[in-house]
Design a protein around this ligand. Structure first.
Ligand code: NDP
Length: 451
């Protein structure tokens, strides 16, 4: 039995406790790093895998807040501080009804390796709440954020743990969270990233994840000797922060993104999606994508109810490059099959773990370049670290400076991942390359720091 199988077996007994989604993330990493574990016995000697898969601490708390009808509502809040071997805990906050301990454990675990891949001094964490921001008034969002921060503030700090946004948490929520932290602590410090520019946010933080996704794809296509994105049809899922900025950068590099989606359905606009309209609908009005066809009746809207088997209509559209940017497990084996049959030449994950293990295996077996989330969407956390640097030094960097640094960072991550894959005998496999490179950096720091 190889080391990876032994490790998986050891943790199988805990499967029910650590449940499916966290197990899925853990299993992928343990299998990926098998060649490294075989060749470097020190990781086994120091029990690195056993130590890495258990978070440093799981913080779980009650969030009671007053809605607009003066009724008290109660939600659960979390912060999972996973590993700080490389720097302060860092990772987003997600407000969505699907949030639970397991989802946040999977996201926090992935975040450790993503942050390590950036080469920056960042540990891994994740947090959030099962609070549903949909349909809430601005005052309700404000009151919830204040109540959430009243408890979270006990555990975070500019040198301890620096949360950012994720699904359901954008600049508005970060602003309210920051305001409450400041009131509680009387301290004006860079305790959150993704802040509005007017009080310490970095230029380009909102765009960073999506832009980085495209920079990574360009670097990977070049590395693999494939044609670039200029003039190519691309499909994107999601209509939030990551999707909108991926679409924006795709247009800027001459590609034609023709799809987007939200939790109710998808839009296919063969002339290229109308980005200003999308921003208006999803960022300003916060309404369903279905409204897109009021303005563009020639575009196609497909409701999720038309796909009862769980397939996803975005991936039926032929494209050169596909970008899942909505949520976890949104691209399954049948979707991968559709994309491949329709000539898809590369896939880049903008969301965290959007592809199922079977879908990933299908892309890899067809030798189609596949950029995993922990490498490809690391642009957001990289610019978050730039925001921390600017806050600490009281400087403001220009949009162009941040953009240059972001592009360089994404190119370096791509190179690091490709080289690791080659070194450990899996050339062209960016999934294994990313897991090995990320694991190595964290594991070496853990050994150097002792137990
Ligand atoms: P947003 O909340 O801004 O947008 C999420 C989008 O995905 C929305 O359009 C939402 O639809 C859609 N969506 C959510 N669940 C589903 C579903 N089950 N089926 C179809 N569509 C769905 O989040 P972000 O763009 O910030 O995050 C998207 C992904 O990217 C997440 O996996 C996140 O963890 C990851 N990520 C985000 C980073 C960031 O900087 N923001 C950094 C790195 C990763 P609706 O509008 O209907 O709710």
């Amino acid at each position: 039995m190889g080391i990876a199988q032994e490790d998986i077996k050891k943790f199988e007994k805990n499967k029910s406790e650590c449940d499916a989604i966290f197990y899925q993330a853990m299993e992928e990493i343990i299998y990926s790093i098998a060649p490294l574990l075989e060749s470097e016995p020190k990781y086994k000697k120091y029990s690195i895998v056993e130590r890495l898969i258990v978070p440093d601490r799981i913080i779980k708390f009650k969030v009671a807040w007053l809605n607009d009808s003066n009724k008290i509502e109660v939600n659960t809040g979390y912060r999972i501080q996973f590993n700080n071997a490389l720097g302060p805990y860092k990772g987003g906050l997600r407000f969505h009804p699907s949030v639970n301990e397991s989802v946040l454990k999977f996201l926090g675990f992935e975040q450790i390796f993503k942050n390590a891949l950036t080469g920056l001094p960042l540990g891994g964490a994740k947090g959030g709440s099962d609070f549903d921001p949909k349909g809430k008034s601005d005052f309700e969002i404000m009151k919830f954020c204040s109540a959430y921060m009243r408890e979270l503030s006990k555990y975070i700090g500019a040198r301890i743990d620096v949360p950012a946004g994720d699904i359901g948490v954008g600049a508005r929520e970060i602003g309210y969270l920051f305001g409450e932290y400041k009131k509680i602590t009387s301290s004006y410090e860079g305790v959150l990233t993704g802040k509005p520019y007017m009080f310490g946010g970095s230029l380009m933080r909102p765009e960073a994840t999506g832009y980085g996704v495209v920079y990574f794809t360009q670097a990977m296509l070049e590395m693999e000797g494939k044609e670039g994105l200029d003039g190519k049809v691309c499909t994107v899922s999601g209509a939030g922060n990551v999707a909108l900025h991926t679409i924006e950068k795709l247009f800027q590099v001459g590609a034609l993104p023709v799809t987007c989606s939200d939790s109710s359905g998808m839009i296919y606009d063969s002339r290229g999606v109308d980005l200003p309209l999308l921003k208006e609908l999803k960022m300003n009005q916060r309404v369903s994508l279905e409204r897109y066809i009021d303005i563009h009746p020639e575009a196609k809207y497909i409701s999720v109810s038309e796909y009862p088997q769980g397939e996803h209509s975005v991936w039926d559209i032929p494209c050169y490059a596909a970008f899942p940017c909505a949520t976890q497990n949104e691209l399954n084996e049948a979707d991968a099959q559709n994309l491949i049959v329709n000539g898809c030449a590369c896939l880049t994950e903008g969301a965290n773990m959007p592809s199922t293990p079977e879908a990933i295996a299908m892309f890899l077996s067809h030798k189609i370049p596949f950029a995993p989330a922990k490498a490809a969407n690391a642009g957001g956390v990289a610019v978050s670290e730039f925001e921390m640097s600017q806050n600490a030094s009281m400087q403001r960097w220009s949009f162009e400076d941040v953009d240059v640094k972001l592009k360089e960072t994404m190119q370096q991550i791509c190179k690091r991942v490709a080289l690791s894959a080659k070194e450990y005998g899996v050339e062209g496999n960016y999934v294994d390359g990313a897991n090995i490179a990320g694991f190595k950096r964290v594991a070496d720091a853990m050994i150097a720091e002792g137990i």
